[in-house]
Design a protein around this ligand. Structure first.
Ligand SMILES: Cc1ncc(COP(=O)(O)O)c(C=O)c1O
Length: 488
């Protein structure tokens, strides 16, 4: 250790080279790792010392344990055969951005506490706004996750009900508040309802609007729900529409929903956490149709924009309302330039903020717009190809449309086919659940599942930059082999 008690710089350089070499090998030989971790609960902890060391250990000993104990306990989200949930990428420029931002260890709570961090955040988000085709009125802030972006959107929507004075008076101990209603679809992500729990809206304040046969919010049912609620004396205040739902990537009819919100004077928040990135492809710009009329929108670069987790881009046309909801400035955080610049601590819950803009800016610069669009298009093409293989196979079927890079499907083995009549969903659910376990236990690929109208569906999500046709084809082989084996 050096005088500061830290690793001496020369040793740091050597250890950093070891770490970078490890990453390089990891990227070039992903096949050495089972995608889904094979450890049992408690195994990783049991292999490590229960107490912190009294005196510092050499960094090499720590890196040895990282390789020997930690890595086997990792589920490899950055693997080209990770097809679960939404497949993501920690790309090289993103990793370097994380490394440099850790070195600077900046807290971008105020402009003054690191002007470049704030200005890079404004700039990178404005680049992204333009790429998404959103109008200039949308102003952005980087949050950690879409869950927090949505929480902030709903808090701002609640604050927009100025006559209720919730910021000043709170929501408890008063009997003059109507039931506040938030609308979202049955297919919306659980983060919407969670935000309602946090904000005192409660489950009772969330009205889930039914979806159509393609899992999109039924706008006419939204309209009638709002009318019914108004008649009952409730206070509709926010609609959260989804562009790219978690289960099937369905896209709510945002233009129609936006019209309703406009007419009703309701805040429209769009959760485009996964699918928003697709709008960067000119032919897919339409996924965000109608969003120009939204009040806020979230798109996660850490989902389908090659930026390491965490990075969530939140935009609103009403930054005044957002900051009105969140700004609270104690004396020690005042600076002489307040009023001239943006202090991002005023835009959300947390004071301390990581320098996330650096990695996003580096990703956008190094991939370039064409590079990003090309890769996203390739993912969509691979999903279409996979969907085609499913459709052609007599013992598999798709369970939802495939608008983007996620395919929902199930096996329908011959021996479970009834003589005429409807498929036996209970038996098929059991079979497909067991099939997924077998597929994932093999370690070559990792898929996840969902439930669609009571039917257990396997989900294959494509989104890692290193995923190629070879990986998707291998996934399809494994799926077929395991389905055959499961019938023996
Ligand atoms: C549509 C959608 N919205 C929001 C989220 C939550 O994202 P985060 O993990 O960034 O909070 C997810 C997660 O997968 C999602 O699919």
């Amino acid at each position: 250790m050096n005088e500061a008690g830290d690793i001496p710089v020369e040793e740091f350089k050597r250890a950093a080279t070891r770490a970078i070499d490890w990453i390089a090998h990891y990227f070039t030989h992903p096949e050495e790792y089972p995608v889904l971790a094979r450890v049992k609960p408690g195994e990783v902890k049991a292999a490590l010392a229960a107490d912190a060391p009294r005196t510092g250990e050499p960094i090499d000993a720590v890196l040895d344990d990282y390789e020997r104990i930690v890595v086997p306990g990792i589920t490899h989200w950055n693997h080209p055969c990770f097809f679960a949930y939404f497949s993501i990428t920690g790309s090289a420029p993103g990793i370097l951005g994380e490394l440099l931002s850790a070195a600077l260890n900046v807290n971008s709570m105020l402009w003054q506490t690191s002007p470049a961090a704030t200005e890079l955040e404004e700039l990178a988000l404005d680049w992204l706004r333009q790429l998404l085709g959103l109008p200039e009125g949308f102003e952005g802030v980087i949050m950690d996750t879409a869950s927090v972006s949505t929480l902030c959107a709903i808090a701002a929507a609640r604050h927009a009900l100025s006559d209720l004075e919730i910021r000043e008076r709170g929501m408890s101990g008063r009997d003059d508040l109507p039931l506040l209603r938030l609308y979202t679809s049955e297919q919306a992500h659980s983060s919407v309802e969670k935000a309602a729990l946090v904000l005192g809206i409660g489950k009772a304040g969330v009205r889930k609007i039914p979806t159509d046969a393609e899992f999109r919010m039924d706008a006419s049912k939204l309209e009638s729900a709002i009318a019914e609620d108004r008649a009952a004396g409730h206070r509709p205040f926010c609609v959260t529409a989804t562009v790219g739902t978690t289960s099937t990537t369905s896209i709510d009819p945002v233009p129609e929903i936006a019209e309703i919100c406009e007419r009703e004077g309701i805040w429209l928040h769009v959760d485009a956490a996964y699918a928003g990135s697709a709008a960067i492809i000119p032919e897919y710009r339409h996924v965000l149709d109608g969003c120009e009329a939204a009040t806020s929108i979230v798109v996660n670069p850490h989902k389908w924009l090659f930026t390491p987790i965490d990075c969530s881009a939140f935009y609103t046309t009403r930054p005044d309302v957002l900051t009105g909801a969140f700004s609270l400035v104690p004396e020690y955080l005042r600076t002489s330039v307040d009023g001239e610049i943006r202090n991002y601590m005023d835009w959300g819950v947390s004071l301390g903020r990581r320098f996330r803009a650096l990695k996003l800016w580096m990703v956008l610069r190094c991939f370039g717009v064409d590079g990003i669009a090309g890769r996203l298009k390739a993912h969509i093409r691979l999903a279409e190809q996979f969907a085609g293989w499913v459709d052609e196979h007599p013992e598999f079927e798709r369970l939802a449309p495939t608008p983007l890079s996620v395919v929902c499907f199930r096996a329908r083995p011959q021996h479970l086919e009834p003589e005429g009549g409807k498929p036996n969903d209970a038996a098929l659910n059991e079979f497909n659940e067991a099939l997924l376990r077998r597929i994932n236990a093999g370690g070559e690929v990792y898929l996840s599942h969902t439930s669609l109208d009571g039917r257990y569906a396997l989900r294959l999500a494509i989104g890692n930059v290193r995923t190629t046709e070879k990986h998707v084809a291998r996934a399809w082989e494994v799926i077929q082999q395991e389905s055959t084996a499961a019938q023996r």
